[in-house]
Ligand binder design. Structure first.
Ligand code: ATP
Ligand code: MG
Length: 252
């Protein structure tokens, strides 16, 4: 479990996260949502230890994250950042193999290569294993970075807008895969703008607005009033085949 305890964060004196507390339970699949600039990426980078909170603490297995060695942390937590533009030229295979780094002493061993191959198959990337990642579509590249995270065999995966560059089919494939992983006990946290994708696949929701945590919990916290208040857009909420859909109508 990873816990945020009264976290605040500022960039050069500008407070962008204010008093955030949340427990991410083992195997939960949490959507961090909120408008542009509400603090989602900052929160995810704090959870990954790239940034340090100004106030409060982040606890992993009840240990303050700052006290956990970087190499140990890398075996427990993987991070898939937001946009990956020009990346260091490498094949898909070698990029995913990099995920094994926390387990490799000198050179990758047989097991590292086998594990990498199995992840590529799982994500349908085995056909393009020898392609340069800079020659892939952004959606294919996004899946390569998810594969690299999986190669790390983490307990927690943090992903920043993992579906942003994906077509409809791949959006659903990636979300279904993350849901499946969460069902195996991996804790998944994603920043996501698509409310309907989040509602379909995620089990927990955390809504940010201007750095404040305005709501958290399971599906029942998502109400018309809450969404309209945060996004300033009139919406209709409908239920169909047991699923909830938010339909944007017009700006308020
Ligand atoms: N490196 C930085 N230096 C200074 N301010 C920053 C930096 N990164 C983000 N900010 C500011 O912090 C606030 C939160 O940004 P953040 O990127 O966390 O938002 P977000 O919710 O991820 O937005 P988006 O939906 O656009 O990705 C914004 O006001 C942003 O301008
Ligand atoms: Mg962001």
């Amino acid at each position: 479990m990873i816990s945020l305890k009264n976290i605040s964060f500022s960039y050069n004196g500008n407070m962008v996260l204010k008093d955030i507390s949340h427990d991410f339970l083992r195997g939960s699949f949490t959507a961090v949502m909120g408008p542009n600039g509400s603090g989602k990426t900052t929160l995810i980078r704090l959870m990954n230890g790239i940034l340090r909170p100004l106030h409060g603490a982040i606890m992993l297995r009840d240990i303050p994250m700052g006290k956990i060695r970087q190499d140990v942390l890398a075996q427990e937590m993987a991070y898939v950042p937001q946009v990956q533009m020009n990346v260091f030229p490498a094949t898909v295979f070698d990029t995913v193999l990099l995920g094994r780094k926390p387990y490799i002493r000198w050179n990758p061993g047989k097991r590292d290569k086998e594990f990498t191959s199995s992840v590529l198959v799982k994500l349908g990337l085995d056909d393009i294993a020898l392609k340069d990642i800079n020659r892939l579509s952004s959606g294919q590249r996004q899946r390569v970075f998810i594969a690299r995270a999986l190669a790390q065999e983490p307990d927690i995966i943090l992903l920043d807008e993992p579906t942003a560059n994906l077509d409809l089919q791949h959006q659903h494939e990636v979300m279904a895969l993350l849901q499946l992983l969460s069902n195996t006990g991996i804790t998944i946290v994603i920043a996501i703008h698509d409310l309907n994708l989040a509602l379909k696949y995620c089990s927990e929701f955390m809504l940010l607005d201007e750095g404040r945590q305005v709501a958290q919990g399971s599906h029942d916290i998502i109400s018309k009033e809450l969404i309209e208040d945060i996004y300033k857009v009139k919406v209709r909420i409908i239920k169909e085949e047991g699923q909830t859909f938010i339909i944007p109508l017009k700006p308020l």
